[in-house]
Design a binder for this molecule. Structure first.
Ligand code: GCO
Ligand code: MG
Length: 412
């Protein structure tokens, strides 16, 4: 099996996606997701200008060898652009291997360890009432675990709230999460940690009173707190029994989590902006986290994320793979196959893509009673309709950024 063609497809049905499509001399195709929200074209260039020519003529069956070749021969290692590019090649090669074997990918990874993947969705609201409506909508849609984000009194717009007024005005659709805004410049949001720390526990108390003790609840701090603030939040949320508190401190400083851990038993999740097993080495070894948040797309593909999760399994740390809308249906399929096969699966983040996205990417996963299953098509089970993809050219879009009341830039 020789790689004969490697194409990079950029399409923007509801949002931007970057997909690598490999074709072998036998005509088998494989897809890989290389979407890096807000910096998509950097990955396109990495693949088109530097990787495609290295792939042509290579043996498509040599997945580990190709991974090591791309990682080590670049000399400049790690980082989101490099690791998303390698991830796309890796996913596409696993897709090809599955198709060549006539098996869904999870079979090649050891077979199913469970019947389906528990998934969580994003409920949000500017007010508690709006939040309750959103939680109910998610329960009606089948979700058995729900992430809770709300507005904070005094702040205009904050991460994770479906107050995406432009999106709602343009489409008439309530969208619980699409932080990237189409346009030439990023949106500015505002932030105040003290107001946030005061407000969040009152929201969780209200949600527990309304929805009872059983419903697994999650929350994302999006890297905004100092270690001691994160410790305070974890402690104040203990009575509400969170499934996890995510990204409570900035991802660059793993040692911050030591201090958080000393003060709270609220479970911790981190890693959506990590790229390699080396980002996790210390926090896994010191058991500073409970869930690994990396997506297959941003962590060097199935080959590399599997190694991270195997290492985590030695410490009873589980998967909680990143699955916002900026992970394409190809990246989501890779996550589902991996999650079905590993022993230490925890939960999968899952948000529905828009109708246009579904018309570009033909998928075969199922969603039933709060559980996902990747389906039994050979390989990843996703096909790219290149004619449909061609209808939606790239549109510049940026993630927002934060300023404090005095104008200082803060973590978004
Ligand atoms: C999550 C993440 C996302 C990111 C987004 C950036 O928990 O799903 O925090 O909301 O902000 O993926 O592109
Ligand atoms: Mg997050």
């Amino acid at each position: 099996m020789i790689i004969e063609k490697a194409e990079v497809v950029v399409t923007s049905p509801d949002r931007n996606f970057v997909t690598l499509k490999l074709t072998t001399d036998e005509g088998i195709t494989g897809l890989g997701d290389a979407t890096l929200n807000g910096r998509e074209l950097a990955v396109v260039s990495y693949l088109r200008d530097h990787v495609v020519q290295l792939l042509l003529g290579r043996d498509a069956s040599r997945i580990e060898d190709t991974w090591q070749f791309l990682y080590r021969s670049a000399y400049w290692r790690r980082g989101p652009v490099t690791m998303a590019s390698i991830a796309a090649v890796d996913m596409a090669l696993w897709d090809i291997k599955g198709k060549a074997a006539g098996m869904p990918l999870y079979q090649l990874l050891g077979g199913a360890s469970r019947n389906g993947l528990l998934a969580y969705g994003h409920a949000s609201g500017k007010t508690t009432q709006e939040l309750f409506d959103s939680v109910r909508e998610h329960q009606e849609a089948g979700y058995k675990a729900i992430r809770i984000q709300t507005g904070v009194p005094g702040l205009k717009s904050i991460y994770g709230i479906a107050s995406n007024a432009t999106f709602e005005a343009n489409t008439g659709v309530r969208y619980d999460h699409e932080p990237a805004q189409r346009g030439a410049l990023p949106n500015e949001e505002d932030w105040d940690t003290r107001s946030y720390l005061r407000h969040v526990p009152t929201v969780f108390e209200a949600v527990r009173n309304e929805f009872g003790p059983e419903l697994p609840l999650l929350h994302d701090g999006h890297h905004r707190m100092t270690p001691i603030q994160a410790a305070q939040l974890g402690k104040s949320l203990e009575p509400y029994d969170l499934f996890w508190l995510e990204d409570c401190t900035p991802a660059e400083n793993p040692e911050a989590l030591r201090l958080v851990r000393q003060h709270t038993t609220t479970p911790l999740a981190i890693g959506e902006i990590f790229n390699t097993v080396w980002d996790y080495q210390q926090i896994i070894r010191e058991q500073l986290i409970d869930y690994v948040r990396s997506a297959v797309t941003h962590t060097g593909g199935i080959t590399h994320l599997k190694k991270v999760l195997e290492y985590a399994s030695q410490y009873q740390i589980k998967s909680g793979m990143h699955g916002p809308t900026d992970i394409s249906p190809v990246g989501m399929a890779a996550a589902m196959h991996l999650g079905l096969a590993i022993h230490n699966f925890g939960i999968q983040e899952y948000m529905k893509h828009g109708a246009k996205t579904d018309s570009v990417f033909r998928q075969s996963f199922s969603w039933q009673d709060g559980f996902l299953h990747p389906g039994d098509q050979p390989g990843l089970g996703v096909e790219l309709d290149t004619d449909e993809a061609g209808k939606y050219p790239y549109v510049q879009a940026y993630l927002p950024f934060n300023r404090l009341a005095d104008g200082t830039i803060h973590d978004w």
